[in-house]
Design a protein around this ligand. Structure first.
Ligand code: 3PG
Ligand code: CO
Length: 555
């Protein structure tokens, strides 16, 4: 069996409360007008950065440092929090799917063989995010799966698309639809009845997360499964172009639509005997649809008609819930996370965020595992997020409320670790609204202040970091770093994450005076944080963890 007992750290004491603060979407970049963190008043984060150089440093938060296929891949919250919590680098969903497609193993597994039974008499439905963002899904993987499934007997295929504009530039949906339409027409040339059946913007249709707003998933269900939507078009290209032309329309929030035939009938509702694959590899925004597709008992909305289908996820999204039961590619096995170790070594843990990031500091932090390790030692608090709005209209979000909970948890003396995620930089950054993102960064900084003040009061330690960049760069740039202009001379707003490194700052009255960042680790990343936090709790990390960022000078 696994030995859960962590060795004592030779120099660092136990018993100091540790606050772990994750600023979502808070990278480090050169100062200019598109760096909202720079533009915003952020005195607390500035003071950490400009304080003792051995207490602040940068770490990698993208690409191979967090288990993504290449260093061209920007970071994201899933892989970032996985790395922060697990202390090791696991090949992540994007990479595992790439491998399974390249080797062909995806077609040999139980998941594919299961859905394949529907190919003879039913339709294969593929539902997911259509872009090359690589955060939740990837277009090239969808293309390969279409090809592979059709070569293995799928005769009737319907694709249900969700337009992006969040992990990729707004407006790019049109090009992705063109590419997909082209592939589907080639399949039709080979005698396969393949077409896009429905669509909608990811933030308005289907891809809600952490049960913030089930009406989002219902809109998707109606279009994808029932074949019903407020807008009907003859083709997806026409749909996306027409809906984008509406005032204030954008890819993230396109309304749901269905594609209809000449008689006005939806071309691809999901029917008894069909197969469904949700093509996203990332869990958080597919779990809700997976539940609607899989659970017999379901009361989140009226499904009206529940077809008898063979359903598989691209990955299994929740190992604890075994959801979905069938999947094409096995997810990374992220086990022995720092959260589990620390709880088993007596560390009483408090974790908190608001709904839209709640699972990040719980589910993702704990290796894509829902629930507590030990209820008697852990408390996870979710502050309800505003729903039905875009966060640029309320950019302070619940930062203050999260900080208050963290403060109270620290002052209560009931917890050894108080862990929070402050979503502002990321959630507002994704809207592309620069002014609002500046307000968001200021609010996050104020929240950090409240938490650090509480750390001060209880004689504790803090570690402040981020999961990936976003708010520090809001413009698309050329290779030389110059902002790219669109056809009309305006800047191209960057709604997505970035490739930038993120800060790690440590301090607090409880920090042993000899602690400083090591200078001998070449390119540390987020995975080095877990061992560091274990040290701050007075433990040595397990031998296979990425090395700690700190050392202790004798003085
Ligand atoms: C989202 O799901 O909102 C974006 O695709 C990625 O953002 P996150 O990785 O910060 O959650
Ligand atoms: Co984000």
């Amino acid at each position: 069996g696994i030995s859960w007992t962590l060795p004592d750290h030779p120099k660092l004491p136990k018993g100091k409360p540790v606050a772990v603060v994750v600023l979502d979407g808070w990278g480090e970049a050169d100062a200019d007008q598109y760096n909202c963190i720079h533009v915003a008043q952020t005195p607390v984060m500035d003071s950490l950065k400009n304080g003792a150089p051995e207490k602040w440093r940068l770490v990698k938060a993208h690409g191979t440092a967090v288990g993504l296929p290449s260093d061209d891949d920007m970071g994201n919250s899933e892989v970032g929090h996985n790395a922060l919590g697990a202390g090791r680098i696991f090949a992540q969903g994007a990479k595992l799917v790439d491998k399974a497609l390249a080797s062909g193993k995806i077609y040999e597994g139980d998941g594919f063989n299961y859905i394949k039974e529907s190919f003879e008499n039913g339709t294969l439905h593929l539902i997911g995010l259509l872009s090359d963002g690589g955060v939740h899904s990837r277009l090239d993987q969808l293309q390969l799966l279409l090809k592979g499934a059709s070569e293995r007997g799928a005769k009737r295929i319907r694709v249900h698309i969700l337009t992006d504009g969040r992990d990729v530039l707004d407006g790019s949906s049109v090009g992705f639809v063109e590419t997909l339409e082209n592939d589907l027409s080639q399949l039709r040339g080979k005698g396969i009845d393949a077409q896009i059946a429905s669509g909608g913007g990811r933030m308005y249709v289907t891809m809600d997360r952490y049960e913030n707003d089930w009406t989002v998933v219902k809109r998707g269900w109606d279009a994808q499964v029932l074949g019903e939507a407020p807008y009907k078009f003859k083709s997806a290209l026409e749909a996306v172009k027409t809906l984008r032309a509406e005032p204030k329309a954008n890819d993230q929030y396109l309304p749901p639509f269905v594609i209809v035939d000449d008689s006005g009938k939806a071309v691809g509702p999901v029917l008894d005997g069909d197969a469904v694959v949700t093509i996203n590899f990332r869990a958080d925004r597919m779990v809700m649809l997976a539940k609607a597709l899989e659970y017999a008992d379901f009361d989140k909305f009226d499904r009206v008609r529940v077809p008898k289908i063979r359903y598989a996820g691209m990955l299994q999204y929740d190992g604890e819930l075994k959801l979905p039961n069938r999947y094409l590619v096995s997810p990374p096995e992220i086990e022995r996370t720092s959260g589990e170790y620390l709880v088993k070594n007596g560390i009483r843990t408090f974790a908190c965020s608001e709904t839209v990031k709640f699972g990040h500091v719980t589910f993702f932090w704990n290796g894509n595992r829902s629930g507590y390790f030990d209820e008697t030692k852990e408390e996870y608090v979710e502050i309800p997020s505003d729903s039905g709005i875009t966060f640029n209209v309320a950019p302070k979000m619940k930062a203050l409320e999260i900080a208050e909970k963290a403060r109270d948890a620290l002052l209560s003396g009931k917890f050894d670790q108080v862990r929070v995620n402050l979503p502002n930089g990321d959630m507002v950054g994704h809207t592309g609204d620069i002014e609002a993102t500046v307000v968001a960064c200021k609010a996050a900084d104020e929240a950090v202040k409240m938490i650090l003040d509480a750390v001060e009061q209880v004689g504790g330690i803090y570690l402040v970091t981020a999961d990936h960049g976003n708010a520090e760069d809001m413009v698309k740039r050329n290779k030389a770093g110059k902002p790219l202009l669109d056809k009309s001379g305006g800047i191209q707003i960057l709604t997505s994450h970035t490739l930038q490194p993120v800060p790690v700052a440590i301090g607090g009255p409880g920090l042993h005076p000899g602690v400083k960042f090591r200078t001998d680790i070449q390119t540390p990343g987020l995975a080095n944080v877990a061992a560091t936090v274990m040290n701050l709790h007075g433990f040595e990390a397990p031998a296979d963890y990425e090395t700690t960022l700190i050392e202790v000078a004798d003085n």
